[in-house]
Structure formats: C-alpha cells, structure tokens
Write a protein that binds this ligand. Structure first.
Ligand code: ATP
Ligand code: MG
Length: 579
C-alpha cells in the first residue's frame, strides 16, 4: 500500500470531546470517525485491526471446538417475551416497529435467538454438547456512551453459547472457554486478569470477566485482588473485615440530641464514637421503588449488590427532595442524616423494602436514626428497638486493605477494562423458552447453557490503552493494521527510492503487510504520521544508504539501529512468520 493512496486523514490535535487515550488516538490517527453519539465509522485502518482481532478470536474459538454462524441484527419481540426479558431489559434495548406495526428490537445480545435455533435442531442428547458463536454488531442504547469504542452504542461482539446435557458438561465447557479466552487476549497483545463478577442482566450464577488492568479512567471497573489467586470485580468482591468496635457502651437505649449531625463524621465527632457503632440508613430508588439500605457507618453500599438483593434492574440514590417527600408521606418531619428504618412504610405508591448488610447483624448498643431531625437513638438493639429486616445479605462495597476472603491477606484494588466475560447460564433461557432435548433416560430436559462474550471493538481500543506513548499508538504486531512502513526520506532521491521499493517488495513477497511512504513530504511529517498510526516496524531509507545502511526502528521499544536493508527485512519477516 502506498501512503499516498492510503485512506487516512491524521489530525494535528486530539479531538476535544475525547476523554481517554484510545478515543483520542484512534480519532487523531484516522482510524474512526463519529457518526452520532456512540456510533462510529470504522475507517480502513480500523477495519484492518478489527478483522485481525476477529480472526484471532475465530481461530481460537474454532480450535476450542465452537462453530461459527451468523444471526440477524434485528430480533422479533415474541422471542423476548418467551424469555421474559421484553419487560425487564430496560432502556438499553432499542425497540422499533415495522410497517405492519410488529415490534422488534436491535440485538443487544442474542440468547433468545440462539436458544430458538437450538430448540429447533438439538433434540437428542446424542447431538450435545454444542457451542455456537457469531461475530456481529450489537446495539445497546447505553445511558452514557463514552470513551470512543470502549463504550459505544453500536459495537462489535463475539458471542458464543454452549448447550450441554448437565451442569458437569457446562463446567467443562466453561473451563475450555476460559482457556481459549486467555489465549485470545494474549495473542492480541493484552495481559488480562480473569476475575469473579456479577452476572447482571444476562443472568445465571457463576461468571467471570477478563480485565485489562489499567490505572487510567478508561478502566470503568474496580478490581480487588490478592497475592493469592483471588480477584473479583467490586460488584462481586467480598472481604473479611479487620476487628472494629461494634458494641456500644450505653447501658440502655435512649433518644439523645445530636444537633446538625448530617454526616457520619459529624455524628461520630459529636458522640465521640467510632463510625463502626452507627447503623447508617441510606435511601435508594430501585426501578421506582423505595429501598432502605442499612449498613455499618464506616462502610459503603455496593449498588449492584443492593439491586440484586431486591431483584431490580435500575438503581440510584434518592435525592434530598425525595427523602423529604418520603418523610412527610410517612408522617415524619426529618431529613437526610437522621433517617432510620422504623415507621417508613411507603413511597411512590410502593411499600418500602429494607435490606440490611451482614455487617449490622452482630452490632449491639448501636446508634441509629429515628426519622426525627437533630436526634438519634443510642444504645439500640435489634428486636428490642429496631426490627432486623427480612433481607440480610452482603451489600457492602469492599475497600482496599480489607482482608482477602480466601487467604486473609490485605486486598489491593486496581482498575480494569472488561474485554470479555463468561457466564454459566444454566437453564435461565432454556426453561422459559421450553428448549429441551431427550436425555439418555428418555426424559425431556432443558439444555444447560453457558454464554461467552468478547467485545471485539472494545478489545482493539483496550490494546491502544495498553500500548501507546505521547507520539501515538504502539500496536502489538498481531493486530496492527500494517506490520511495517518503509520511508524513503526523499522521494526525489533515486537511490533512496529504489532501495525503499526493493525492501517494500521483499516484505510483501514474504507476507508482510507493508506501507511505503511515497509522499513528497518532509521527513518530520512522515515520521510523525508513522508514530501516530503506530506501525510496529519502521524502515527509513535516507542518506546513510550510500554506506549501505537503513535506519530500523521498533515502535514498541523505540529502539533504533542502522543496519543493512536485507537485515531489516529479515527481522520483520521473521517476526511476522512467528505470529
Ligand atoms: P459492561 O459491564 O462494560 O457494560 P456488559 O457486562 O454489559 O459490559 P456483556 O453483555 O457481557 O457486557 O457483553 C460482552 C462483551 O461485550 C463485554 O465483555 C465487552 O467487552 C463488550 N461490550 C459490552 N458493552 C459494550 C459497549 N457498550 N461498547 C463496546 N463493547 C461493549
Ligand atoms: Mg453493559
């Protein structure tokens, strides 16, 4: 490919609306162009990268025994009604109607479709297990599309679905996929951590995410990990707590004045107690319904855990206005800072649900709000003063320094980009959709399913987050749009041009994807573009060619050397053949 013909427009500046590196770099280097919010054109360079990621995924999925198919992007409502997800999926699901007024959606994921395919074709245990996958565009009307390809509304995903006769088979396939994923990301030049996670809207019980660890804003997930093998997304992480004072010194319960103590810190200072003696009451709205969360004063609520505890799909903390409204509706004159579970019955036309975190259970003689401004109850106990709610479960956000649930050493935290995940779905879809097979004992049973996703476009962007410098991208060789660029410093110099062309032809002949920068531009401009676009190897033919030498640069390490043209070509050819 000649650089003069390559369809690429690099920009002088980073785009002003981009917050993270991969977004900035991919726009500036001419890989992507925004069409509308969260929707991007993949320009020729990007498409080459995406195809490479796809091919690695394909090769590894095929060699792990999965079979590729392609399902439609548009899906009928009926199948989503069968699974029960039409009502619950929420606003991320892009719904539309055709000319006959039939309701459809743009596929955000394909469990319903694949389950319907399976039930039509897989009737007997003899046909199982099967793993089917596709590489397809998805559409999710994300609340906050951002970070370029990392969180788009339209994006490319590899999604695989396995069908087994029993849980044991599923677990085996789950392992098989975990191994394939590890190989895939490694081949893409990414170090990933496999972490335990919440299973969210897709459902199921066991799931893991593959995280690219990063210390930048692009990492939307907090990952807790330990020297031992334990690691988990914050929405799923658990920990043991170090010792804390959880039994107060009050001899009996009483209401005491605590004027203007709106925060836990203020209340602690006023009463001269540690926060671990306070039961904190937080008000949340889950799918419009009021939910109170009770948790030890020195700890925070993990919203996904709380949402799962009440079976919701959308959660947010209540506003000060909503809290006041809720207070007066239930006959109290109170505000934030003085809330407690006693006597709060309804809000928004729904009964109030109370969820207690496990941390509060063992507390005694504690401090708690009683829905009255400027006072608190001290010396309170479960049963006598406050009812311990029916739902007592883990809704706590783990903090770094708390102790590993497996080995007891302090946990550390880092941020991660989720590039893939694997779920044990069980019969979550096969049961409601009546997707059954006849087992060896003659009985009909629902398939035991797993599903396995990889964000193709997100993986490509994550590779940029992991490999760049101030000058541009440093693509891992396996997914670079081109392997090498050959730059004649002066296109008017006959010798330089001839050697450059020879190298270029040699590279091409040996299967290297190369670009020759035939533009009549200053060398500085050519070098800048080469660094920005991120060619893994650069061979520059300049004045030293009169001594028989070219300048060879490895973009990943920025190492430069003056070597013979054939040596430079040899290094690149070997590296490409070793991929
Ligand atoms: P997230 O928590 O980041 O929203 P998810 O749990 O919704 O991800 P899945 O439904 O499991 O993701 O999708 C499988 C893979 O698709 C994810 O691991 C991720 O790599 C990719 N993916 C999900 N949402 C997006 C998006 N909005 N843009 C780009 N890739 C995405
Ligand atoms: Mg999501």
């Amino acid at each position: 490919m000649k650089m003069s013909k390559l369809f690429v427009q690099t920009l002088r500046e980073f785009p002003s609306d981009a917050e993270v590196i991969s977004h900035k770099m991919l726009v500036r280097a001419g890989y992507i162009r925004k069409l509308t919010s969260g929707v991007y054109n993949y320009l020729p360079l990007m498409w080459r990268v995406l195809k490479k990621v796809e091919n690695i995924v394909r090769e590894e999925m095929d060699s792990a025994g999965a079979q590729e198919l392609l399902m439609p992007f548009v899906q009928p409502k009926e199948l989503w009604e069968e699974s029960g997800r039409w009502e619950v999926y929420g606003k991320e699901l892009m719904r539309l109607r055709d000319r006959h007024n039939r309701e459809m959606c743009l596929g955000p994921t394909h469990e319903e479709i694949i389950t319907s395919i399976a039930r039509d074709g897989l009737k007997s245990y003899k046909q199982l297990p099967v793993n089917l996958y596709q590489i397809q565009s998805k559409f999710r009307d994300e609340v906050r599309p951002r970070f370029g390809l990392l969180r788009g509304r339209e994006f490319i995903m590899k999604d695989a679905y396995s069908f087994d006769t029993n849980q044991e088979g599923l677990e085996k396939e789950y392992e098989n996929m975990a191994k394939a994923y590890t190989r895939i990301f490694k081949r893409c030049g990414l170090n990933t951590k496999m972490v335990q996670s919440d299973s969210g809207a897709i459902g199921g019980s066991v799931s893991h995410e593959f995280m690219v660890i990063t210390d930048t804003d692009a990492g939307e997930n907090d990952v807790f990990y330990c020297e031992c093998d334990y690691s988990a997304n914050s929405n799923h992480a658990i920990s043991k707590l170090p010792e804390a004072k959880i039994v107060g010194d009050w001899a009996k319960s009483e209401i005491v004045d605590t004027p203007s103590t709106h925060s836990i810190e203020e209340l602690c200072a006023f009463l001269n107690i540690p926060a671990s003696l306070i039961v904190k009451t937080l008000v949340y709205i889950v799918d419009k319904k009021p939910v109170l969360a009770l948790i030890r004063g020195d700890k925070a609520v993990e919203e996904t855990k709380l949402m799962n505890a009440v079976g919701g799909i959308d959660i947010r903390i209540a506003t000060a206005g909503e809290i006041e409204e809720m207070m007066s509706l239930n006959g109290f004159d109170s505000e934030k800072g003085f809330i407690g579970p006693n006597g709060l019955k309804e809000y928004n036309g729904f009964p109030v649900t109370v969820v207690a975190d496990e941390t509060v259970k063992a507390m005694k003689n504690f401090v708690i709000g009683v829905n009255k401004k400027d006072v608190h109850m001290v010396g309170a106990n479960w049963g006598a003063d406050v009812q311990l709610p029916e739902i007592v479960t883990d809704i706590r956000l783990v903090e770094a320094g708390e102790l590993c649930p497996e080995c007891g050493k302090p946990l550390k935290v880092t941020r991660g980009i989720e590039v893939g995940n694997i779920f044990q779905l069980g019969t979550k879809y096969s049961k409601p959709m009546n997707a059954v097979f006849t087992d060896v004992d003659g009985k009909t049973k629902p398939y035991v399913m797993g599903c396995y996703g990889i964000g193709i476009s997100r993986t490509a962007a994550a590779a940029v987050e992991a490999h760049y410098d101030e000058k541009g991208i440093k693509w891992p060789l396996a997914i670079a749009p081109y392997h090498a660029i050959v730059i004649p410093v002066s296109v008017k110099d006959e010798l330089q041009m001839k050697v450059a062309k020879d190298i270029y032809e040699t590279l091409k002949k040996h299967g290297v994807e190369a670009v020759i920068d035939d533009r009549d531009e200053r060398p500085g401009v050519k070098f800048k573009d080469a660094d920005l676009i991120g060619f893994p190897y650069r061979i520059t033919v300049g004045k030293t060619i009169t001594d028989g030498l070219v300048e060879f640069k490895v973009r990943a390490t920025e190492e430069m050397s003056n070597i013979k043209p054939e040596e430079a070509a040899e290094i690149v050819v070997t590296a490409v053949h070793n991929l």
